[in-house]
Each structure stands twice: as C-alpha cells, then as structure tokens.
Design a protein around this ligand. Structure first.
Ligand code: PLP
Length: 456
C-alpha cells in the first residue's frame, strides 16, 4: 500500500486571517527608536515610508488580522501551497523520523516573498501610492514586488546589489518583464549612492547600502513609498499564512511536528512557518522545538549581539533591538544571497531571547550537499537559502536515527533554485568554499554599534 505524499487544501480552506504573534508574546517587543533623536518612534514617524494600514499592522497586538478579499483572490493563483511528506529522503537517510515540508516555490516568483509583496502593494494602492521603491539582493524580493506592482499598476523601482545585478541578469529580466525598473546599487541616483561610489567606484554593493538608497528616494516624494521584503513585523505576519496552512495540513496528515525548521536571512520565511506554532504553544497547545538555520558566514542569531542597531548602512532607518553583526558588516560573497543581511527580524530576535526558538549555523558546502541529496530524492532543486533548512531538517532526522526516535519534522522549503544554477555549477566544480569570518572582524563590526540609552 502506498503512503500519502501530498497534502492539499481546498481554496475554501485557505486562511482568511494572518496571525500576529505580538498578541501572545509573554513580554512585549522593545520599542523602535528614531535614528535622529534616539527617542521611541510613533506611527507618524514612519508615515513617509509606509502607508498607515501597514504601520498599524506593524504595531498591532490583535491576534488575527483579516486578509482582504482582493488579496486572497491573488493568493489563490498559487495558494494554498502544498505540504509534502519526504518519503524518499527519509529512506535515503534511513531515519525513523517523518519529514514533512511546506513548499513555497509554487508562487509566481518561486519563493515565499509574494505572500507579503501582494498585500504590501495592495495597501499602498489603497493609500494612493503611485510608486514603490525597494532593494533586492539575490533578486527574489525585487521579483516579487515587481510582480505585485504589475497587479496594481504601480511603478516599481528596484535597487539591486551590484554583484547580483552583474551575476544574475535573468533575475533582472524577470523584474523588467513585470514592468519594473532595476538599478545597480550603489548608484548615481541618490546622494548616499554617490557618496559610496566616490570612495569606491567599483563597490560591489550590499543590502544595507541598497536599503539606504531606496529609503532616500521614498522619503523625497509623497506618492512614493518604500517596501521591505523581510525583517519588519507586518512582513512576518503576512508570511504566517505558511504556518497556518501547514497546521491544517499536519492535521490532515494526522500528525503534529516535534520540530519545525526554517532558514533565516531577515527572518520572514522562518517566522511564517514558526510563529503560528509558537502562538499555539503559548496558548496552551503542544510546544514543538523551533530551529532557525543561518549561514555560518553571516551568523547574526548565533554570533551577533542583541542590541539596538540600524537596518541600513547609511543610518537612515529607525533603530531596532535585534541580533546584529553591525550595520557596517559586509558579508563574504557566499551564494545564499537572500541570507546576507547583517541583522535579524526584531520579532525573531525577541523569540530567541525569550527561549522560544533555537538557532544553528551551517557552512554553505554542507548545505549544498544537503540540497543535492534532497533534489535527487524529492525532485525539487531548492534555492541556496532553502538548502540551509534542508540541512537543518536532515541533521534533526539523523539525530532521530541515532536516538531511535520516530519524531515528526516539518521544514519550510521556501523557494526553488532555478535562478541559482550558477551556484550549483560552482558547487559541482568544487569552487564553493566555506568562508567564515574571523572573530576580529566580528569584533570590529560590533564596535561600531550605535550607543543608545537603554529605554525603560
Ligand atoms: C529572501 C529569501 C530568504 C531570506 O529571507 P527571510 O526573510 O529570512 O525569509 C530565504 N529564502 C528565499 C528563497 C528567499 O527568497
């Protein structure tokens, strides 16, 4: 008798509300500080950047926030997303563990990012925004926002980190297909970009620099707003549709996870799968272990400091308390571009401080090894970022094997790797190396943290 592999929900079973973990946190999030005054920011301070509806979501402590009907209609292009049981991977590992994965690569952009790009564009459209500006590293977020902008007839401008702009021309072509304009960052289009180029005309760029450029443009015009693909509370909340669907699918499979695994760059896909389970646990339900997997070359959660820091290199964004490697940190050029951010979502950092989640770091070569094994067993080629989650799940499955435990493991396969085959080629050619960065470099980046009077 064959075992069930695929767990699908009807369209009518798609969640109608996002879940807001702020409602169930045992301790509220630390306040956000203004970059100029270092005083707590209010909603009005954020108004030049975001439409009010998103600002209200950012600070909301309501448990459930309704997904507007028009957003649900767009979600239905690819949602509910499938949940799979990885029978062949289990067999290859010889583990008694049951491995399930939620697959977010079925979206138009090939990752989880449209889950937030669509509502962000929708709420901006409602507020009268004409133009959205953003940054992108590997290109996943830029692609997702370009797609969302095209749905609502909004102009989208994307500052793409110079190295990936040069290395990933196909990503740019996809953004342009959706009608967006893509500029290599640092660029000549902003004061900040010009200042970086003046010092180094060949600067490879970084997410922190691209964010500064996008923010600079957004605050100049009333009809222009900024959109961020991760880190912020409202972004993480939009992603909870992943975990909410997965909960229903785990029930269909007649099981519940003992361990939930996700990779963390800014923290949004991990939060998406983990937060609904964490909330369920905080309200008296089962408490699975929550494992965040990050790259050893950009280890904010495992080696960063929990401190107030800027979200960008040019120090234009508000300060949040988070695990950070320092806003001047430029991570080595490893291939999971989406995981190259110096900070971590304040909500994910807060959960780490409260002991609600665990964090581990793996090197890129062992993650590619895991991703290739996964592809050969399950057929899907994971995004390099997602390889970290695959690695994390395999480590848990092997622990189960060693301990003789038949635990249930759930992980988030946050995207496919079809635009990242150059990285796979390099892996097969033996050209990928593990670049850890030295303790001295870490200390230097952390020495530059802003000094902030600890708010009461
Ligand atoms: C952007 C991206 C990430 C990293 O961002 P998070 O906010 O940590 O989810 C991970 N995986 C994929 C496929 C991405 O596109």
């Amino acid at each position: 008798m064959s075992q069930q592999t695929k767990f699908l929900l009807e369209e009518s079973q798609m969640p109608k509300f996002w879940y807001n973990l702020q409602a169930d946190l045992p301790k509220p999030l630390p306040v956000v500080l203004h970059p100029g005054t270092m005083q707590p920011v209010g909603p009005a301070d954020l108004a030049p950047l975001f439409p009010m509806e998103l600002i209200l979501q950012e600070v909301s402590t309501e448990r459930e926030i309704e997904i507007p009907e028009p957003v649900r209609e767009v979600y239905q292009l690819w949602r509910p997303a499938p949940l799979y049981r990885a029978h062949r991977l289990e067999k290859a590992l010889g583990t008694p563990a049951k491995i399930y994965y939620k697959y977010e690569g079925v979206s138009p952009a090939g990752s989880h990012k449209p889950n937030t790009a669509v509502p962000q564009a929708f709420f901006n459209k409602q507020a009268g925004t004409k133009r959205l500006v953003t940054e992108t590293g590997a290109g996943q977020w830029g692609t997702s926002l370009s797609f969302a902008g095209s749905l609502y007839d909004m102009q989208v401008e994307v500052f793409q980190v110079r190295v990936s702009y040069d290395q990933k021309p196909y990503r740019r072509a996809v953004m342009e297909t959706y009608g967006a304009r893509c500029v290599a960052s640092p660029s000549n289009e902003t004061v900040y970009g010009r200042s970086v180029l003046a010092k180094n005309p060949d600067h490879p760029g970084s997410l922190g620099i691209a964010i500064s450029e996008a923010v600079e443009l957004a605050v100049q015009r009333d009809d222009t707003k900024y959109a961020l693909g991760s880190v912020l509370n409202h972004v993480l909340m939009h992603q909870t549709i992943i975990g909410l669907e997965a909960m229903k699918q785990m029930e269909m499979a007649n099981t519940w996870p003992d361990v939930v695994v996700g990779c963390t760059g800014g923290g949004s896909n991990f939060a998406g799968i983990a937060f609904p389970f964490i909330g369920h646990g905080l309200r008296g339900g089962a408490k699975p272990r929550m494992v965040a997997v990050e790259p050893a070359a950009c280890p904010s959660l495992t080696r960063g400091k929990y401190a107030y820091d800027f979200g960008d290199t040019g120090h234009m964004t508000p300060l949040t308390k988070m695990h950070t490697l320092g806003s001047q940190f430029t991570p080595p050029g490893f291939h999971a571009g989406g995981l190259r951010y110096h900070g971590m979502a304040p909500m994910v950092s807060h959960c780490k401080e409260l002991g609600l989640i665990e964090a581990v770091a793996y090197n890129q070569v062992e993650c590619f090894e895991a991703g290739v094994l996964f592809a050969r067993c399950e057929g899907i080629v994971p995004a390099p970022e997602a390889n970290h989650a695959v690695k994390g799940a395999i480590v848990e499955a092997m622990r189960c094997k060693a301990e003789g435990k038949a635990e249930t493991i759930l992980f988030n396969l946050c995207g496919h790797g079809h635009f990242d085959m150059v990285a796979y080629q390099k892996y097969f050619a033996g050209e990928l190396t593990d670049e850890k960065y030295a303790e001295s470099e870490l200390a230097m980046a952390l020495a530059g943290l802003p000094s902030v009077p600890e708010p009461l």
